[in-house]
Ligand binder design. Structure first.
Ligand code: PAF
Length: 304
């Protein structure tokens, strides 16, 4: 398959490396010219189970290069989705399927607005990826990647995409109702990402520290109340589910903490910000999420 990965961050580099290693023709689309040149020259360095392996890929800064791709994995940060889609949307072929892989729910609106219904889909992934340096990614654990569409029907190519990912070592399945997976991950991100970013700790610390565990539970319970009002099923014990993720990814540095350590803008608006916005619309109090949103924004303000 001809596959384009848009955005060589942690997840984009991981998908690019694993799919490239599986024998697919991978091109990475990057908006930064020097980094694209580096990736084109050196490929991707994949670190997995203590072993390092170099995978050759093509890299480009030309949005027109997406034309003719069978699958396009959109792996840019949530806040960059509108701009990226505006650049590539006119080059999507009728047979192309774009798979948006962001955290949160902020990407759904630009996806609906800029990509035709039969060419858009979303992925919710539990793959652990840490970007060590440009082009150097560490694979830190493998959970399921759930694929789905915002509005039915599910195109046949999405089932093919799940097969392609699974064969490359990214276990994937197609979900009939992806909103459940989106919201379950949103609750995990709202608690884990914001708290780890503010306390500069790995995920496991949130389950081990009683004060942080309480705050995590409150943030998740608030988000679950919003999901319930939206009639999205998030399971019978979402707090236990999020604590289980903390323990399963105990050593992981959350994507938001990685951003904060690099002094980069985070996805807080698409995560806690989205929960707060929905809660306001529905008249549901979410004080812990409001506090986390403001605190992370204040931290971003220090980056200048
Ligand atoms: O964004 C992340 O880092 C991940 O979604 C998660 C599940 C919080 C694990 O670190």
């Amino acid at each position: 398959m001809k596959i384009t990965v848009v955005g060589p961050g942690a997840l984009g580099s991981l998908f690019g490396a694993l799919l490239g290693r599986a024998g697919h023709r991978i091109q990475l689309l990057d908006h930064q010219r020097p980094r694209a040149a580096l990736l084109a020259a050196r490929g991707l360095l994949l670190e997995e189970n203590g072993r390092k392996e170099r995978v050759s890929i093509l890299a480009t800064t030309e949005p027109a290069a997406v034309a003719g791709s069978d699958l396009i994995f959109l792996c840019v940060k949530s806040g960059a989705v509108g701009e990226s889609l505006a650049a590539i949307a006119s080059f999507l072929s009728p047979s192309s399927l774009l798979i948006a892989c962001q955290n949160g729910i902020g990407h759904l609106e630009p996806l609906r607005r800029l990509v035709p219904a039969d060419r858009r889909s979303v992925a919710v992934t539990a793959q652990g990826a840490t970007l060590i340096a440009p082009g150097h990614v560490r694979h830190g654990g493998s959970g399921p990647t759930r694929l789905g569409v915002i509005e039915p029907p599910v195109p046949a190519v999405l089932t093919q995409a799940a097969g392609v990912l699974t064969a490359a070592g990214i276990p994937a399945l197609v979900e009939g109702d992806i909103s459940q997976a989106i919201w379950r991950k949103l609750l995990a991100n709202a608690a884990i990402n914001a708290l780890t970013a503010l306390h500069d700790c790995p995920n496991g610390h949130l389950a081990a520290d009683s004060r942080l565990r309480k705050e995590l539970s409150q943030a998740v319970a608030e988000g679950a109340a919003v999901a319930k009002a939206l009639k999205v099923e998030v399971g019978s014990d979402p707090v236990a589910d999020v604590l289980a993720i903390c323990r399963a990814t105990a050593e992981n540095i959350s994507s938001m903490l990685q951003d904060v350590r690099r002094r980069r803008r985070t996805e807080i608006d698409a995560i806690n910000g989205a929960i707060v916005a929905e809660a306001r619309r529905l008249g549901i109090p979410v004080p812990v999420n409001e506090r986390l949103l403001q605190a992370v924004k204040a931290r971003e303000g220090d980056f200048g």
